[in-house]
Design a protein around this ligand. Structure first.
Ligand code: ACO
Length: 320
């Protein structure tokens, strides 16, 4: 039994904000942002767009792509660090909006690695028979937790959502499905990337704070290590990989990780230029873009990877 990706979908807020637009707000420039990050624009949620509305739209598109009716979904796992409310879980709001009540629905919080955590959890639950069909969603409205006066962070993030339908199937050894996943967490580095508020401390939502240079250093090391672990677990050589769908934090992290692994950079799906860092949404958003433009096809071997606040990090290998 394997968990097979049978559909994907994504959603972006209507409003697109360019680097030049940001340069009107804070002391920055298109040149600095492009050179240091590769980001050219990001989508920012308007008043009526929330994490759950974006997630619902992405989920509907994934269901349509998979040819699955919402009533068939027995499990929804939604990865987010920016839920609509402290509770109930945003996954339950999405479940209600889709009209697929009765199954299991919950959120996972692993910041930028959230989608990898959700995917790994859904894979385990499907393989143990808890459900037959699942929606795994990454959705964020990071614009709501940014300090719009802090140029070192506000230029880096965007809003959006991505979703996949996963189905439990009996497949041949060389057939499709998730082949290996590896997840890690290390709470020792909270001060490098965190939000300075929360229900149990300040009672306020808080704003994102980051020591970018140090996060960068940890990201490259941790990502290269976890990718190697997954390759060993799946008994796969790096040159057998058709595509890497990485968390889209920074073009330079993507380049440095590819170099460390001797990975052909043309196999790396890059959307950070268009979406910026959408945290838990970035991997399923990038996957959906590359499936819809025809790059990622059935039978391809695809590596997913992400690293985020906590620190948390992880990778997964799947055959499409
Ligand atoms: N515009 C213009 N200048 C800026 C800006 C800006 N938006 N932001 C910072 N600067 C200035 C700084 O003030 C500093 O000026 P100084 O030398 O006069 O003090 C100078 O640029 C260099 O700043 P650094 O922080 O050293 O720049 P660096 O090359 O490290 O790039 C960046 C910063 C882009 C944040 C980089 O460290 C990075 O991408 N880190 C990874 C962080 C990340 O992606 N986190 C996301 C969550 S975790 C994850 O997803 C992996």
């Amino acid at each position: 039994m394997r968990a097979v990706v049978t559909g994907s979908g994504s959603a972006l807020p209507v409003n697109c904000v360019t680097n030049a637009d940001l340069a009107d707000r804070v002391d920055t420039s298109d040149e600095w942002i492009v050179e240091r990050t590769g980001i050219r624009q990001r989508h920012i949620a308007g008043e009526n767009e929330t994490t759950s509305t974006l997630a619902t739209e992405a989920a509907r598109r994934a269901l349509e792509d998979a040819g699955v009716d919402a009533s068939e979904i027995g499990l929804i796992i939604l990865a987010t660090a920016t839920p609509d409310f402290t509770f109930p879980a945003t996954a339950t709001q999405v479940q209600h909006a889709l009209g697929c009540g009765g199954g299991v629905a919950f959120d996972v919080q692993a910041v930028c690695s959230g989608f990898l955590y959700a995917l790994g959890t859904a894979d385990s639950l499907l393989r143990t028979g808890m459900a037959k069909k699942a929606l795994v969603i990454g959705a964020e409205t990071f614009s709501r937790i940014l300090d719009w006066e802090d140029r070192t962070t506000c230029v880096l993030f965007g809003d959006g959502a991505g979703a996949v339908v996963l189905e439990a199937r009996d497949v041949a050894d060389n057939g499709p499905g998730i082949l290996a996943t590896k997840l890690h967490a290390d709470g020792a580095h909270r001060e490098l990337l965190y939000v300075d508020g929360g229900p149990s401390t300040t009672g306020q939502v808080g704003k994102l704070r980051m020591k970018g240079r140090e996060v960068f250093r940890h990201a490259v090391v941790n990502l290269a290590d976890v990718l190697k672990e997954v390759l060993v677990q799946a008994n796969v050589e790096v040159d057998m990989i058709d595509w890497v769908v990485p968390h889209q934090a920074n073009a330079r992290i993507l380049d440095a990780t590819a170099r460390k692994l001797n990975l052909d950079p043309s196999k790396v799906i890059v959307t950070v230029d268009q979406h910026a860092n959408t945290s838990a949404a970035s991997v399923p958003l990038a996957l959906d873009v590359a499936r819809r433009d025809g790059r990622i096809k059935a039978g391809d071997l695809v590596m997913f990877e992400a690293m985020g606040g906590g620190f948390t990090w992880g990778a997964a290998l799947a055959r499409m």
